[in-house]
Structure formats: C-alpha cells, structure tokens
Design a protein around this ligand. Sequence first.
Ligand code: FA5
Length: 344
Amino acid sequence: MSDLIAQLEELCIEAEAALTRTQTTAESEAWYHEYLGRKGKMTAALRGLGQLAPEQRPQVGKRANEIKQALEQVLAERQEQIAADEMASALAAEGIDITMPGRRPAVGKLHPTNQAMRDIVQIFNQMGFQLFDSPEVETDDMNFGLLNFPLDHPAREMQDTFFTTTPDVILRTHTSPGQIHAMRKYAPEPIRVVLPGKCYRNEDVTARSEMMFYQVEGLAIGHNVTFSDLKGTLLNFANQMYGEGRKIRFRKSYFPFTEPSVEVDVDCILCAGAGCRICKYTGWLEILGAGMVHPVVLRNGGYDPAIFSGFAFGMGIERQAMLKRGVDDIRLFYSNDVRFLDRV
Ligand code: FA5
C-alpha cells in the first residue's frame, strides 16, 4: 500500500515541477494529457489500485483523489496566469499601454435653463399645479387683446413684438396667452396650472435681457381664490427655490390682465437683506410679476367673474437661474460656451 502512495506522491512532485515549466496554453494542455488525461501517468498509476487488498483500497483511493484534485487546482491557477501573460504580451505587441490613464468620456448635463425650469415646475407641481403646454406662435388677440391690452394702448409697447409675414400672427412676448388657452380648455372647472415656455421680445440684448428667453406662468382659478392664496403660494415657492426662512415683499405694479398687480421681491439670497452688489444694496431681488386675474380676462376665458376669482404670476426662468447661481450676464446662457454650461 505505502508503495503506491509513495509512487503517487512522487508523481505529484514531478507533475508540479513540470507544470511550472509550461509557458503557453498549448503546453499546459499537453501537461494535462501527460499527467491527468485518460492515458496520463496518474491514471496509469491508479490502475495499481486493483491489485491492492480490498481493505487497503479506500485509504489509498482517498489519498489518490486528494492528489488529483490538488493537481487540477494548480493547473487552473497556472492556466489563469498563462492567459494573463499572453494577453499582456499581445497588448504589448500591439503597442497598447494598459497602465495609461483612460480618457474621461464627456458627460452631458441639463442646460441651466432646463434645470431651473424643472426645479420651478416641480415646486408648483407639489402645490397641485398641473403642467400645461401652450403655443409659442400666437395671434395678436391671444397675446394682447384677450388679456385686456386695449388696441393702441401704450402697455403694448412694454413688450416689443416680433411680427411674422402673416398678418396678426406674432411670436408670443410672454407666457400669459397660455392663461386664455388653459381657461378655455377647463372652464368652468377650477384650475391650477403652470405654463413654462419660450418668449420673444424685440429688445436690445444686454446683460439682463435677451431677445429669446423663458418664462413660467402660473394660474389658479376657483371659488374664493384670494390675494392671500397668492401670497402663500409665492412664499412657499421662494422658500423652496431659495432656501427656508425667505421673506417676500410685494410692490404695486401694473399689468392690464391683473388687478391689483404686483411685483414680487425676495430678500437677497446672498446678503439676507443687509445689502450687497447682487441686490444693488437694496436687500431685495425682484423675482416675478403677479396679481389677481382681471374680471375681463376671466370672462374671456369662460369664467363668470361674479362666481370665480383667480391669481396669476409670471417669472423669467433665466433670471431665476441667475439669482440662484450667481450669474451676472444672461447672454452666457445661449452663447454655448461649454465652460459656462459645465460650471453652472
Ligand atoms: C410679464 O411678462 C407678465 N406676463 C408677467 C405676469 C404674469 C404678470 C401673470 C402678472 C400675472 P414682465 O414683462 O415683467 O411681465 O416679464 C416677466 C419676467 O420675464 C421678468 O421679471 C423677467 O424675469 C423676464 N423677462 C422679461 N423680459 C425679459 C428679457 N428680455 N430677457 C430675459 N428675461 C426677461
């Protein structure tokens, strides 16, 4: 018995030594056939098992199995090592340096206007305002007339208009005509909608004004909608957009489609009201225009002003993004300088 075990142990040492000399996958496969294959040395040695006394067989058989498994294990490790070496030399032959740092793929991100628009819309969604889509190209009547801008009223000049070659068809100067679309779709049901989108004004482009910019309009109509509802809604918006504890301030203003009309300021997000360059030392930043929907506009939208009331507001999206991210020139938004788009 001990003869056969000694023979197997010797074979194991020989096989392990032979394995370390294999350099290629082909050599390691040849090694397998030589030692572990059907016609291999291990298999041949194990034939001796049959000549042993039956009571000796289990012990010798057990040891033989252990040796076989150990050899299979070292073969797997050797083949793994050979495969790695072969890959490395193939790459070296191709001249590829796998230790060189990789090139980072350029990862896209949302444009700052889109980012701000999503933030704003999401805040109002949480307050129950639904998204409403309305056209960028409007009739003069939708953009002005139905919003209570009298013909030839100087208020029209507040928003310099781009006309088209089709009479009466213009590029919308604000998102407010969307109010009429939304009202006409839902009247006489109460509504709460937000309308984001592009607007166009034939203005000189400056650090604060673009010819094409985005606004978000908000509109709420129902029974007993009051100015307090407007205040609460806008205060909640300011807290979520610019941080908890914000103060807002209303200044009287004029829009033909709201009465009363206000402009709304938030206490300066940089200096918290103390006065700084961003707020021009006033402590306040203007964020939007708003008011109670004018009875004429309610009627044009299909609501009876004796039964319904509502509030509306409109804000410039780039201006919100500028305040939030400390950008001081609106022209950066559409000049497509990747350094700006990446930073903001
Ligand atoms: C309006 O457009 C009104 N429709 C807002 C409104 C809606 C009032 C509902 C009441 C009720 P105004 O012209 O002030 O108002 O523009 C609103 C905002 O749009 C401004 O505060 C500003 O943030 C942005 N805005 C206006 N013109 C430009 C421009 N040329 N470039 C960039 N942003 C602009």
